[in-house]
Design a binder for this molecule. Structure first.
Ligand SMILES: [Ca+2]
Length: 494
C-alpha cells in the first residue's frame, strides 16, 4: 500500500472512530431560564435593546417568533414547562401552591434526566422564587427534580435591596419592588446575583464536561427591582425611551378584566416620565443578563461542548412596558403571553432561521426528551418541536394557549398565526378578537363585528381544544410545603 492510500485509510478510520465516539456520547442539555424577559431583544427586531449574546445564540439555533407561555406568572408558567402539563392540569395558578400536592408522582423534565443517570443541577431560579425576597433560598423548589442545587446571592440582594429608588414601593402600596431600580455604579458583574449564577454554571460545566449533564441555569433579572452593575444603564439614553400612546377609547371596547392586571392604571400609578425611567432600567437589566448568558455560552465553546449539547433559552412570560397602559405580566395580551425562545441542537437543519409557527413552552419537555432519546411520560400535553427545528416553515396546525385568573374568574386565550381570541369567565364576562395581520398591537377588539362572526366561531372551536373547564387552583397546604423542605410562609408577591 502506498503511503497516500495508507494515509487516506487511516484518516477514514479516524473519522469513523470519532463519529462513533460522538454517537456513543449522550447529548447534554443546557437549559437557560430568564425571569420576566419579554421579546424586546435585538434578535427579535427591537431597535434599542442591546443583546448581542442572545442574538448570537439565535444565529446558531431556531428562534421562535410566536412562542407563548401557558400562564403569564412565575410559578404557574415554570410549573407548566417543567412538568409538561397545562395549569388546568397541574392546578398551579398562584405563587404558593406546590404541584406535588396534587401530582405526587409527576416526573418533571429535570427529574427525567436525573432518573436516567444524567448529572442534573439547578443554579438559581427555575421553579418559583419570590424575586427578590427569596434570592439565596430555594424558594418554592421541587427537591425531587435535581441532583444538586445552588442558590447564589449577590450584592443586589445582600447590600443594595433597601437602597433602590422606589416609585411605588412605599409601605402599604402593595407593589413592593415593582417600579424600583438602581444603577449600581460601584458594583461589578461578578458581585451581582446573576453574575454569580453564571460563574457557578461555568464551574459546573467545567466539572461535568465529560457528561452527560442536564444543567438548568436560572437568571433573576430582568425581573424587578432593576438593580444592575456598572455600565448597563449607560447603554441607553432617556431621549430614546418612549411609551406607547395611551388609547383611552380602546379601554371602552374591552372587558374590564382584560386590564385588571395593572391595578393602578396606567403604569401602576407612576407618571409617564417615571415609567420611562423604569423602562430604561428594564432594558439595562436585559443587557446585564445577556452578558451573563454570553459568559455561559463562551464556556460551552471553550470546553468544546457545543457539538454535543442542546441549548434551550426561554423566559417564563413576557412583560408589559406601557402597552394598553399596562405594566407587568398577567394579561392575555401579546406582550404578556409571548416569550423569547431559542432552541439549538447539533445538526438541526433550521439552525439560524426564524420559525413563525405558534408554539408553547409546554412543548419544550417533549422536544428535549425527543432529542435525547429519553422516554417521556405519556401524559405530557405538548408535542416535540423537532419537525420545526428541522424545517422552520413545516406545516403546523397547533395553536398556542395561555390563561390567567382574576380571582375565581379565568381568562383563556388562544393564538394562531393570524388571530388572538380571549374569553373571560368562559365568555360570560366578555371576549376579545384581534387580527394580527392588520392590528399587531391588539388595539381594535373586533369580536362583536359581524364581519368576523365566522372567525370568532373558528377561534371558539380552537379554544375548546384547550378543554377550558372550571378548575380551581390548588388549595395551598403550607404543611405539605414544609414536608418538602420549603419553609418560607410567604412565597413572593409577584
Ligand atoms: Ca417571572
Amino acid at each position: 500500500m502506498k503511503f497516500t492510500s495508507l494515509f487516506v485509510a487511516f484518516a477514514a478510520f479516524s473519522a469513523a472512530a470519532i463519529s462513533s465516539q460522538a454517537a456513543d456520547k449522550k447529548l447534554n442539555v443546557l437549559f437557560i431560564a430568564v425571569d420576566d424577559m419579554n421579546n424586546d431583544l435585538g434578535c427579535y427586531g427591537h431597535p434599542l435593546v442591546k443583546s448581542p449574546n442572545i442574538d448570537r445564540l439565535a444565529k446558531e439555533g431556531v428562534k421562535f417568533e410566536r412562542a407563548y407561555c401557558q400562564f403569564p406568572l412565575c410559578s404557574p408558567s415554570r410549573t407548566s414547562i417543567l412538568t409538561g402539563l397545562r395549569p388546568d392540569t397541574n392546578r398551579t395558578f398562584d405563587l404558593s401552591y406546590h404541584f406535588r400536592q396534587g401530582l405526587p408522582n409527576a416526573i418533571t423534565l429535570p427529574q427525567l434526566f436525573k432518573n436516567n443517570g444524567y448529572y442534573t443541577a439547578r443554579v438559581g431560579k427555575l421553579y418559583h422564587y419570590g424575586n427578590p425576597g427569596q434570592i439565596g433560598t430555594s424558594g418554592l423548589d421541587d427537591p425531587a427534580s435535581w441532583g444538586e442545587f445552588y442558590n447564589p446571592a449577590g450584592r443586589d440582594k445582600t447590600a443594595l435591596e433597601q437602597d433602590v429608588i422606589r416609585y411605588s414601593g412605599k409601605p402599604g402600596s402593595g407593589l413592593g419592588s415593582a417600579m424600583a431600580f438602581l444603577n449600581d455604579k460601584e458594583g461589578t458583574d461578578s458581585e451581582h446575583t446573576d453574575g454569580k449564577v453564571a460563574a457557578q454554571a461555568i464551574e459546573l460545566l467545567e466539572k461535568h464536561k465529560d457528561g452527560p449533564f442536564f444543567l438548568a441555569v436560572g437568571f433573576y433579572r430582568p425581573h424587578c427591582p432593576w438593580i444592575t452593575p456598572k455600565g448597563y444603564f449607560e447603554k441607553y439614553s432617556m431621549n430614546d425611551i418612549q411609551l406607547p400612546p395611551l388609547t383611552p377609547d380602546q379601554q371602552k371596547t374591552v372587558p374590564a378584566l382584560a386590564l385588571a392586571s395593572t391595578p393602578k392604571w396606567p403604569y401602576l400609578g407612576v407618571t409617564p416620565d417615571q415609567a420611562r425611567e423604569c423602562k430604561l432600567a428594564y432594558y439595562a437589566a436585559i443587557s446585564f443578563v445577556d452578558a451573563q448568558v454570553g459568559r455561559v455560552l463562551d464556556a460551552l465553546d471553550r470546553l468544546g461542548l457545543k457539538d454535543n449539547t442542546m441549548i434551550v433559552f426561554w423566559s417564563d412570560h413576557g412583560y408589559h412596558l406601557g402597552e394598553h397602559g399596562l405594566w407587568f405580566k398577567q394579561s392575555c395580551y401579546e406582550e404578556s403571553t409571548r416569550v423569547p425562545m431559542i432552541i439549538s441542537a447539533p445538526g438541526i437543519k433550521g439552525a439560524g432561521k426564524d420559525c413563525p409557527r405558534t408554539v408553547e413552552l409546554v412543548d419544550v419537555y417533549p422536544t428535549i426528551a425527543d432529542f435525547t432519546g429519553l422516554a417521556a411520560p405519556k401524559t405530557l400535553e405538548g408535542v416535540s418541536l423537532r419537525p420545526l427545528l428541522e424545517n422552520t416553515s413545516a406545516e403546523w396546525k397547533r395553536p398556542a394557549y395561555s390563561q390567567v385568573q382574576r380571582g375565581a374568574i379565568p381568562g383563556h386565550s388562544v393564538r394562531n398565526e393570524r388571530w388572538r381570541y380571549t374569553e373571560w369567565g368562559f365568555g360570560e364576562k366578555g371576549a376579545e378578537l384581534y387580527d394580527h395581520q392588520n392590528d399587531p398591537n391588539e388595539l381594535k377588539n373586533i369580536v362583536a363585528d359581524p364581519v368576523y362572526a365566522a372567525t370568532v366561531s373558528e377561534m371558539k372551536g380552537l379554544l375548546k381544544g384547550m378543554h377550558p373547564v372550571p378548575v380551581e387552583g390548588g388549595k395551598v397546604d403550607h404543611e405539605f410545603n414544609k414536608s418538602l423542605g420549603i419553609t418560607a410562609e410567604v412565597y413572593g408577591a409577584h
